[in-house]
Design a protein around this ligand. Structure first.
Ligand code: SAH
Length: 216
């Protein structure tokens, strides 16, 4: 988990004090001497369930130290993560993200302690850490000051419901494969128009479900 935050853009964001990440070990809140945080499911069946007590103690302890805007549980049956959700979460101040394991958490955690449930896609992973890291990355990179060129996040895919246009860099010709002429023209308005057109086309071909792209 720590690895996600120890390189590149996220590392810099933390070093610049634009964001603070605290990784909490639920076992520190376990009541029993074995420090276990899971137990057998009532009603039987395969798979362990994460107990409510350590989770409640942990969340209560965190909340006694600062106010939280959201307590999010990463879950495959949650709201499907998209750019809009990341944009709105990037405006929040403090967020708790609960990562499940095994069969997930006792349902009463979800009913009483959680404010929001988010999924990273219609597939099941073995723990909530990777989904939480995905969520954190998508939120942190759009916090002002995190990316060097702040406008860069705005021109990424899914802002404005459009996919990003293709990008090229030097050399202008590689093995006879050319960069589109317009990008070398130096004419900013022509270039912007070309990029917008490419975005529209790409969205219509690859993700027609997004494409009230024309309404931009
Ligand atoms: N039994 C659950 C899956 C548990 S997977 C079910 O069928 O819905 C174990 C944990 O991994 C979950 O509690 C959740 O925190 C995390 N997880 C797995 N897949 C995920 C996904 N697609 N999105 C978000 N979290 C996920």
């Amino acid at each position: 988990m720590k690895g996600t935050f120890s390189h590149s853009i996220l590392k810099r964001a933390i070093q610049k004090n634009l964001v603070e990440i605290n990784i909490i070990n639920l076992r520190d809140y376990a009541a029993n001497k074995h420090k276990s945080v899971d137990d057998y499911a009532f009603g039987g069946g395969a798979g362990m369930v994460m107990m409510i007590e350590p989770i409640d103690h942990c969340i209560t302890d965190l909340k006694s130290k600062r106010n939280y805007d959201e307590v999010i549980y990463m879950s495959p049956d949650g709201e499907l993560l998209n750019q809009g959700i990341s944009n709105s979460l990037s405006l929040k101040k403090n967020i708790i993200i609960l990562c499940g394991h095994y069969k997930g958490v006792d349902e009463r955690v979800r009913q009483h302690l959680i404010t929001r449930e988010i999924s990273v896609g219609d597939y099941v992973l073995s723990g909530g850490e990777l989904p939480a890291a995905v969520l954190c990355d998508s939120i942190i990179r759009i916090i002002p000051g995190v990316l060097n060129d702040e406008t860069s996040a705005l021109s990424d895919s899914f802002q404005d419901n459009l996919l990003a246009p293709p990008v090229y860099t030097r050399p202008a010709n590689y093995k006879g494969w050319d960069v589109p002429e317009v990008l070398l023209s130096g004419n900013e308005s022509l270039i912007n128009e070309w990029r917008h057109q490419q975005s529209l086309e790409r969205t219509q071909i690859r993700r027609p479900d997004l494409s009230d792209g024309n309404s931009k």
